[in-house]
Design a protein. Structure first.
Length: 240
């Protein structure tokens, strides 16, 4: 005997499939650029919210996975392809889209600014970096998505190497600390920061230096291949 779950909408007589529910993906793309934490926004061309700024995103095609859809929309809107991408949260308020009930699965991406040139495949679309502290009016509930993403990223900095995605291949320790301070929006103690990096054995010198000012050139480093989650189990955390 067929049974219908009490919370499931009743299908039309004779229907042999579930009722359709539109699903979209939206992506919070973050980078550190010009000393600020910035996010990619694209200007909407169509209603609703035509002319307003939104996160890159769109509807999921019937034959693609959620992540595939997120990567497709990300690349079409920004030109960015091979970047770190992680599912963030599902936004499903009944009134979040004026066209009807639409569920959005949000992702966040972290990318070094030099690997995301913002060259949209949709030539008529505008895509720009915006400082997270100075944003235009955003469409839908995309400001909420951004706030959730910022909270997630800042929390994960403590127990993952997530922030390393924003760094170039080689860097100085001062540049690394500054990047973390920009993301966390607060200053970090220099001695403690470097002591923890050494304790966790996260970076290694590459045997080259770069001038950062009038003083002596600074040593250049790169990240080592570290099982960070294994370190976490031992009680090691970054100094945040």
């Amino acid at each position: 005997m067929n049974q219908t779950h009490p919370d499931m909408p009743t299908p039309a007589p004779g229907a042999d499939r579930l009722p359709p529910l539109p699903v979209t993906v939206d992506t919070v793309i973050l980078t550190v650029l010009e000393g600020r934490l910035q996010v990619v926004l694209v200007k909407r061309l169509d209603e609703p919210f035509a002319g307003q700024w939104a996160l890159p995103g769109g509807f999921v095609h019937p034959t693609e996975s959620l992540e595939s859809a997120a990567r497709r929309e990300l690349e079409e809107a920004t030109g960015a392809g091979d970047v770190y991408l992680e599912q963030l949260y599902t936004f499903g308020a009944p009134d979040r889209d004026t066209r009807g009930r639409v569920v959005s699965v949000a992702y966040f991406a972290l990318v070094a600014a030099d690997r995301c040139p913002l060259t949209p495949h949709r030539l008529e679309a505008e895509a720009h970096w915006f400082w997270v502290k100075q944003l235009p009016t955003m469409a839908f509930d995309h400001l909420d998505m951004l706030q959730v993403a910022l909270q997630r990223v800042r929390t994960k900095l403590e127990y993952t190497t997530l922030g390393f995605q924003l760094m170039p291949e080689t860097f100085t320790l001062q540049e690394l600390q500054k990047t973390y301070e920009i993301i966390l929006d607060r200053e970090l103690d220099k001695r403690n920061f470097r002591r923890r990096l050494k304790l966790l054995d996260l970076v290694e010198a590459v045997g080259a230096k770069r001038a950062e000012g009038p003083g002596r050139p600074a040593e250049l480093y790169r990240f080592k291949d570290v099982d960070f989650f294994h370190l976490r189990e031992k009680g090691f955390f970054l100094p945040f």
